[in-house]
Each structure stands twice: as structure tokens, then as C-alpha cells.
Ligand binder design. Sequence first.
Ligand code: CMC
Length: 396
Amino acid sequence: TNKFTYDPGFMSTAACNSTITYIDGDKGELLYRGYPIEQLAVNCDFLETCYLLLNGELPNAQQKKTFVDTVTNHTMVHEQMQFFFRGFRRDAHPMSVLVGTVGALSSFYHDSLDINDPHHREVSAIRLIAKLPTLVAMSYKYSIGQPFIYPRNDLSYSANFMRMMFSTPCAEYEVNDVLVRALDRILILHADHEQNASTSTVRLAGSSGANPFACIAAGIACLWGPAHGGANEAALNMLEDIQKQGGVERIGEFIAKVKDKNSNVKLMGFGHRVYKNYDPRAKLMRETCHEVLTELGLHDDPLFKLAMALEKIALEDDYFVQRKLYPNVDFYSGIVQRALGIPVSLFTGIFAMARTVGWIAQWNEMISDPEQKIGRPRQLYVGAAKRDVPSMDKRK
Ligand code: CMC
């Protein structure tokens, strides 16, 4: 008698129309607003990509300058925010700190905010994109007991972040263009990925008219899970484990374990729900990995060599070929971040920093859509039939 379609995991439900991101999983194609990710990664920086995702078109030189100036002017957080950090344990996971502090931003920008006003929505988007790097860097500084470093407006988005992470009052971080460009590329590649779990969470939270800062905090909470944003951490841990056990010579043994259905071991950083071909982001990330390691004089990095050997063996193995399992973006991103000096526990925080623009662009698209309703899935009820409440002495 149920009239609803059973669709756990929303495998076959389209919850919205969207003009932002297109994925062809069979071809291994990813487009932002129609532009291939390969071209954006080479020709644009992260803030241009943000402008594109938010506005639908790439900025011209004047529009870019205005956008960069506006974002740059919002990079500081309210001085009161420091006290939120000081309430956390020093060893708190950075994602718990981010969920809390981004949620707290809603209390600073609530009373004057009208989400039905496009200008107010634009200012909220700018504030979020501008303040996320400051908050991620503050969570790192707090965890290692160093003073917070304020943003500097003469630096690019990614250079400013690296400086807030690695400068101290005693020693200024020396900006390295290759490393900054690598971080920028990580941000571009993670900026949006249509209706994934965290983006759907942001849309669902936002569909009730909730404050956008609170909606992004909900997205960060969802991203934290190991099946979503936590995979880059897992992929790096896997490579380190194989390395500890002997490296390249142990790959055969490891692959045999992955193929053994009773072992429950997966090749982390491989496979994707949508991509049944090479994840285009993985190719770009492998290239960046190579550039960064060369720049740092680490071209013999054993983990990179191990990752490439593992990829080659897996791609020639029937098990992976038959199941169309290819490397995804997380296979190489951990090695790059590690080389940049970013601690493993912050990997998902970097992902959140990158995805904030995608989340807020999708939220904005939803709020502007006249057909959008509050998100309210139905269910197939399989519980008890209607019955009377028994008196206490009759209960079993
Ligand atoms: N290693 C070994 N076998 C695998 C793997 C893997 N990484 N991924 C899938 N398989 C096998 C799976 O066991 C199944 O085999 P069989 O048909 O014999 O039962 C078959 O391939 C199909 O897999 P599935 O689990 O039905 O595919 P899914 O679409 O439900 O899962 C996935 C996609 C990403 C969860 C999965 O591939 C996986 O767990 N990969 C490792 C974790 C990972 O790298 N995640 C990052 C995803 S990209 C970042 C993001 O989107 O947040």
C-alpha cells in the first residue's frame, strides 16, 4: 500500500536541477559550468574557479580584481572567535573544531541576514570563502600550541593560507610558488562535485531557510566521515603501512589480500560511486605530486614510487579491470599534502576549505530556485500496526 519508491542512498533520485557541475562517470569527465577540470586546473587559480562556480561565468580581468579584493577584505575573523578555539582541547580533531567554529560564525552574521536578498547571499558566500582558510589555520596553530597568525592581504588565497599555517612571530614563512600552486590545484580539484553527501546535506539544511553558516557547518560534519572526506587520510595510512612492511616488494601480497573477499581490505584511493573510468582529478593530482616532490628534491620519495607501482599493478590486474576500479582523487592527494607539510589530521579540513565554495554555490542555486521546497524524504513504514497502549501490569 506504500506509494513511495524505495531508494536508499538516493541511488536513482534527482533531488534538484543544477547548472553547476557535470560528471560523466563512464568517460571520466568533470566539468564546472561546462569547462573541463583539466583546463581550469591549468589556466585558472582557485579564486577564479570560485567566481565561476558562484556566478556561472569566468571573470574578466576587472571582475577578477574586484572579486579578489572583496574576498581578501573578509579574511579576518571576529576577534571574539579566538575564545571559541580556546574552549577546545588541544588534541581535538580539527574537523570537530571546524564544525564548531564555522557553526559559531552564524551567531556573528544572523540578525541582519536576509537569505531572500541576493546581495546578502553573495556577502555570506564571500565571508565563508574568505574565512575558512583563517579558521583551518587557526585550528592547526591551536593544536600545536603556537600563536594564531593573522591573514595578510597582499598574498594570494593559497599563499596566505600557507603563511597562516607555517609562519611564527619569530620566523616568516617563505612563500614557494610551486607549493602554493600545488595547494591551489588541490582546492580547484575539490571545489565541487555535484550532489555528493555533504553537498546534499547543505541543501537539505538550507531548504528550511536556516542560516548559511550553520548549513556549511552541517556540510563539514558530513564530510568528516571516512567514506567521504576522510578517504585521503586512509589512502596515505595504507601506503605508509605497505612501506613499513617492505615497500614495493610487498605489493603482490597486499593486492592478494585486497582480492580476498574475506579479508575486508580495500585498496584505498581506488574506486568511485560515479567514476567507472579514470577519475580526471587523479591524473592532475599525480602530475602535481611529481612537481612538488621534484621541487623539494624528493623525486625519490618512496611513498610516491610505491603509489605509482601499486597503481600500475592494479590497473593490469583482472580484479580491478573487471570492476572498473581506477585511482580516485584521494590516491595521490595525501602524498602532496604531506609534502607541503600539512599534518594528516588536517587533510579533511583542507577538503572542507576547498568544498565551501561548491556548498555555498549549490545553496545559493537552491534558494534562488522558485521550484525548490523544503527537503522532506518519505519512508516505507515497516513497524507495528496500530494498537492500544496496555496498562503497566499487562506489559511484558
Ligand atoms: N578495493 C577493492 N575492491 C573494491 C574497491 C577498492 N577500493 N572499491 C570497490 N571494490 C569492489 C567491491 O568490493 C565490489 O566487488 P564485488 O562486485 O566483487 O562485490 C565492486 O568493486 C563494486 O564496488 P562497490 O562497493 O559496489 O562500489 P561503490 O560505488 O558502492 O563504492 C567506493 C565506491 C568509493 C565507496 C569504493 O570504491 C571504496 O570504498 N573505495 C575506497 C575508498 C575511497 O577511496 N574513497 C574515496 C572516494 S573519492 C572521494 C569522495 O568522493 O569523497
